[in-house]
Design a binder for this molecule. Structure first.
Ligand code: XUL
Ligand code: CO
Length: 434
């Protein structure tokens, strides 16, 4: 234990009536919800970058936080890892996620950066022996350094493609060694600023080949986790290639990867794409590519990816309803890709941001589970499509031609009668549970 979080005891479930700030009111890891422990449903993870590497800077001002582990040395990186595991232990989170660049200092060469990463991975492993926190996913930061300014896989310079491929290999190897359950690729700079200098077809082919290489390597090393793509429509690039779930699905199909790669869907990214979080989750589930979630919230007025901690139970309930309908997480989980505000200076702010968010998610999960178990909403949905259960309707989807259908419409005098969609009644039902 370092002394950064000194005086903050591990957070325990105390129930809704607790008067302690440092307690869970709703997140009770062992409580059974729909036959599964709450902890195993939610599979919470801390994001190393926001917890440990984020300095509080914004476009108008420099760092506001003063963390003893800041610095680009291996000693600082080890101190950072020790404080990180102290935080994980206090929260009792089952998982964490990290980028290479969050965890190790950049070396003078690729080989040195790789050695640094491997040494930090050894340090993680030693801490993981004493902690219950496991790795949900690893990833490579292919967007912060200036070498990536024109993209990683989609860069016009093949040397950047090579550097990026080598970096992902090193990170996937480390993720495998740490027992990671997934490997994430967020295309941070895979997009463009202007078509005046961009060859879209070429960049798309490069991105497709890159992902095929990652999948090939996964199988070569026997990594059993899931490869996940994280869609985002814009920021940093004006136009990001992995725009949203539907776009990524088309890309995966094009490169024969729809059976190999799933999606890590982030609340704030869904909002930036003009969707709701639950839309993106439901669509991914319907396409068979739902994997994991990055939990946060955007500011609805500013239009930036503000990565705030979730605070709305009704909103999160809609998300967990879709997660539960999809059968829940397998290798995925709930990663708090969320950062405290730059005025939240205290160690306690970091802890309590997670505590509150975990409680919000727990309440949302319980509401969603109660509604699903009640069954009225799913019955109403099934009833709405009940006409399709008839053999004639099914026949139309599999065997009839347009001419056959026309003949049947005339013969049976088919004349559709509109029925209510009952939206407000279903909203009333929803609100009884949330
Ligand atoms: C960026 C973002 C990333 C990914 C991992 O908006 O969400 O932190 O989650 O690279
Ligand atoms: Co994210």
């Amino acid at each position: 234990m370092t002394d950064y979080f000194r005086g903050i005891a591990p957070i325990r479930y105390e129930g809704p009536d607790s008067d302690s700030e440092f307690a869970f009111r709703h997140y009770n890891p062992d409580e059974i919800v729909m036959g599964r422990r709450m902890e195993d449903h939610l599979r919470f993870a801390c994001a190393y970058w926001h917890c440990m590497a984020w300095s509080g800077m914004d476009p108008f001002g420099g760092p506001t936080f003063e963390r003893p582990w800041y610095g680009e040395t291996m000693e600082a990186a080890r101190a950072k890892a020790d404080a990180a595991f102290d935080l994980f232990d206090i929260l009792g989170v089952p998982f964490f996620c990290f980028h290479d660049a969050d965890a190790r200092p950049e070396g003078a060469t690729f080989a040195e950066s790789k050695r640094n990463l491997e040494a930090i991975a050894d340090h993680f492993l030693a801490r993981m022996e004493k902690s219950r926190t496991r790795l949900l996913w690893g990833t490579a930061n292919l967007f912060s350094h200036r070498r990536f300014m024109a993209g990683a896989a989609t860069n016009p310079d093949p040397d950047v493609f090579a550097w990026s491929a080598a970096t992902v290999k090193a990170c996937l190897d480390v993720t495998h060694r740490l027992g990671g359950q997934n490997y994430v690729l967020w295309g941070g700079r895979e997009g463009y600023e202007t078509l005046l200098n961009t060859d879209l077809a070429r960049e798309r082919r490069q991105a497709g080949r890159f992902l095929q290489l990652v999948v090939e390597h996964k199988h070569r090393i026997g990594f059993k986790g899931t490869i996940l793509i994280e869609p985002k429509p814009q920021e940093p690039a004006k136009h990001q290639y992995d725009y949203d779930v539907a776009t990524v699905y088309g890309f995966l199909k094009d490169f024969g990867l729809e059976g190999e790669v799933k999606l890590n869907i982030e609340q704030g990214h869904a909002i930036l794409a003009g969707h709701s979080f639950e839309h993106e989750l439901a669509l991914a589930a319907s396409l068979g590519i739902f994997g994991s979630i990055d939990m946060n919230r955007n500011d609805y007025q500013s239009g930036w990816d503000t990565d705030q901690f979730p605070d709305s139970v009704p909103e999160m309930a809609k998300a967990y309803y879709e997660v539960l309908r999809a059968g829940g997480f397998t290798t995925g989980g709930t990663n708090f890709d969320a950062k405290i505000r730059r005025q939240s200076l205290d160690p306690a702010d970091l802890v309590l941001a997670h505590v509150g968010a975990m409680d919000v998610c727990a309440r949302a999960l319980k509401a969603a589970a109660a509604l699903l178990q009640d069954g009225a909403l799913e019955r109403a949905r099934a009833e709405r499509y009940a006409g399709w259960d008839s053999p004639a309707a099914q026949h139309m989807l599999t065997a009839e031609s347009l001419a056959d259908i026309e003949a049947r419409v005339i013969r049976d005098n088919i004349n559709p009668r509109p029925r209510s969609g009952r939206q407000e009644r279903l909203e009333n039902l929803w609100n009884r549970f949330v």
